[in-house]
Design a protein around this ligand. Structure first.
Ligand code: SF4
Ligand code: SF4
Length: 422
C-alpha cells in the first residue's frame, strides 16, 4: 500500500496546533480541533439505528438519481478503519464519498465490504475519476476499472469528475475539463456496461458556482459535490448554483462544511462541538441532499454528533454561535480565492492549491495526501526562488492571511526540504 495518512494520525490527527508559523497568522497555541479518536480502540456499537423507510425526515432525495440519502454522510478522505465505516452504515448513514486520489480510501472501503458484504446494498458508493481536459477515452476507462478493482465491486453508484479548477491538473481552468468529448463517450460506454449508475462533478474552486452551473448545462451530470459553509457561500456563487441545480433536478451534496478543517479559533475550545453541529445544520437548511464530513468516516463519536445535529433544525442559538465563530475564524480561513493572491504573484505559483494542501496537513491530519497533492503540482507552481524574499501575495490577501509564509513552509514540509524547488 502507498504511504498512508493513518501511519501518522496518532501524532497529527486533529492535534489542532499549528506547527508552522507560516500556515496562519496565529501562534502555535490557542487553536483547537476536534478530539482525536485512536484507531486502536475498539469500535463501540452504534448508539442510533436510523432506517430510510422509518425515519423519513432524516433522508433526502438526491435529485434525479431518486436515491434517498442520509442527511449526513461518510467522507472517505481519511478513512482507515473498516469497522468505523461499518458502524456509520449500521447507524443509518448510507452515502460514502471517496476517490482514487484519496490514498488507500478505496481499499479500506473494499476491506469493509469483504468483512461485511451485506453493507454494499445499503450504501450509495460515490468515487471520482481525475479526467484531464485532453485525456483520451482509453485512459478514462482505465481509471474507472482501477477504481472498480480497488473497491472490489462490479458497479459504482456515482462516478464524479474530480475537483474542477483544483490546480492539480495542468491547464485546468475549471471549465475546460467539462468540455472533453472523450469523457462523455466514456460515460455513455460505462453506463451501458452497467459499471456506473450516475455521474457527478465536484469543485472547491472560488468560482465553483459558475463552474458547476456549466456542468449542469451539459445535461450529463445527476449530482454535484460542492464546498459550502457559512464563510464561503455568496462569494462563491452558491445561491445561484442551488437554484440552477434545483430547476434541472440535479442533486447537490455539500462538503467542507467546517471552515478551516474544523480548527477552532482562540476562545472556542469549550464551544467546538456546538460549532461543529451548528455548521452542519447551517448547510442542511439549504437545498442540499446531504453533507459529507470526513470526521464521520474516522471517528464514532463524530458520527453520533453528526446524526444528532442532522435530526434538529437550524436554530437562532446556532445562528448566534456561528456569528461569533465566523467572525473569529474569518482572519485565518483561506477561501481559495486564488485570483486575489495568485493574481499578485509574478511567478505563477498556485497559491490557493498550496494553501489547501497545507490545510490537509495541518488541520485534517492528512500528511501523506497533502504531500502527494503538493508534489503533483508542476514544480514551477509550488515555489519560486523569489518566495524567499517576497510577500506580495500576503499583501494582496484581503483576509489577513500569510500565503507567502505558507508557500515557504510547504516547500520545506511538503516538498521534502526544498526538493520541490528543483
Ligand atoms: S490566501 Fe487570502 S487571497 Fe489567497 S486564497 Fe487564501 S484567502 Fe484568498
Ligand atoms: S511569495 Fe512567492 S508565491 Fe507569494 S507572490 Fe511572491 S513569488 Fe508569488
Amino acid at each position: 500500500m502507498a504511504e498512508s495518512d493513518d501511519d501518522q494520525k496518532g501524532s497529527v490527527k486533529r492535534r489542532g496546533l499549528l506547527a508552522a508559523a507560516g500556515v496562519a497568522t496565529v501562534g502555535a497555541t490557542g487553536w483547537f480541533g476536534y478530539r482525536a479518536w485512536q484507531s486502536h480502540k475498539p469500535v463501540p456499537p452504534p448508539t442510533t439505528r436510523l432506517q430510510p423507510d422509518v425515519d423519513r425526515g432524516f433522508y433526502r432525495r438526491l435529485g434525479r438519481t431518486d436515491l434517498e440519502v442520509s442527511a449526513v454522510s461518510i467522507g472517505g478522505g481519511g478513512v482507515s478503519n473498516p469497522k468505523v465505516i461499518a458502524r456509520a452504515i449500521d447507524a443509518g448513514l448510507n452515502f460514502i464519498d471517496t476517490s482514487i486520489c484519496y490514498g488507500d480510501s478505496e481499499l479500506v472501503i473494499a476491506e469493509m465490504f469483504r468483512q461485511r458484504p451485506e453493507l454494499r446494498q445499503k450504501l450509495v458508493l460515490a468515487t471520482k475519476w481525475d479526467v484531464a481536459q485532453d485525456m483520451p477515452k482509453s485512459r478514462i476507462l482505465e481509471s474507472l476499472d482501477k477504481s472498480l478493482q480497488r473497491l472490489g465491486v462490479d458497479q459504482i453508484d456515482i462516478m464524479q469528475l474530480h475537483w474542477l479548477g483544483g490546480g492539480h491538473v495542468r491547464g485546468d481552468d475549471g471549465f475546460n475539463r467539462l468540455d472533453n468529448e472523450a469523457l462523455y463517450a466514456a460515460m455513455e460506454e460505462v453506463k451501458k456496461a452497467g459499471k456506473v449508475r450516475f455521474f457527478g462533478a465536484t469543485s472547491h474552486h472560488e468560482n465553483r458556482g459558475k463552474i458547476l452551473e456549466h456542468a449542469v448545462g451539459k445535461g450529463a451530470y445527476d449530482m454535484l459535490l460542492v464546498k459550502m459553509n457559512a464563510l464561503d457561500f455568496d462569494g462563491a456563487g452558491i445561491p445561484s448554483l442551488l437554484s440552477v441545480a434545483r430547476k434541472a433536478d440535479v442533486g447537490v451534496v455539500a462538503m467542507k462544511s467546517q471552515p478551516d478543517g474544523g480548527r477552532m479559533p482562540p476562545g472556542f475550545e469549550e464551544k467546538k462541538w456546538g460549532v461543529y453541529q451548528a455548521n452542519l445544520r447551517w448547510v442542511l437548511q439549504h437545498d442540499v441532499a446531504t453533507v459529507i464530513n470526513s470526521d464521520i468516516g474516522e471517528d464514532p463519536e463524530m458520527q453520533d454528533l453528526a446524526i444528532e445535529a442532522a435530526r434538529e433544525p437550524f436554530t437562532e442559538a446556532d445562528r448566534a454561535l456561528l456569528e461569533q465563530y465566523t467572525t473569529a475564524v474569518s482572519p485565518h480561513y483561506c477561501r481559495g480565492c486564488d485570483s486575489l493572491c495568485g493574481g499578485a504573484c509574478p511567478e505563477g505559483v498556485s497559491i490557493a492549491a498550496v494553501m489547501q494542501f497545507a490545510m490537509y496537513h495541518e488541520a485534517y491530519g492528512w500528511p501523506a495526501r497533502a504531500r502527494q497533492h503538493y508534489r503533483n503540482l508542476p514544480v514551477a507552481e509550488r515555489f519560486a526562488e523569489r518566495c524567499l524574499s517576497c510577500s506580495q501575495c500576503s499583501d494582496a490577501c484581503p483576509h489577513g492571511l500569510d500565503p507567502a509564509g505558507t508557500v515557504r513552509w510547504a516547500a520545506e514540509t511538503l516538498g521534502d526540504g526544498g526538493s520541490s524547488r528543483a
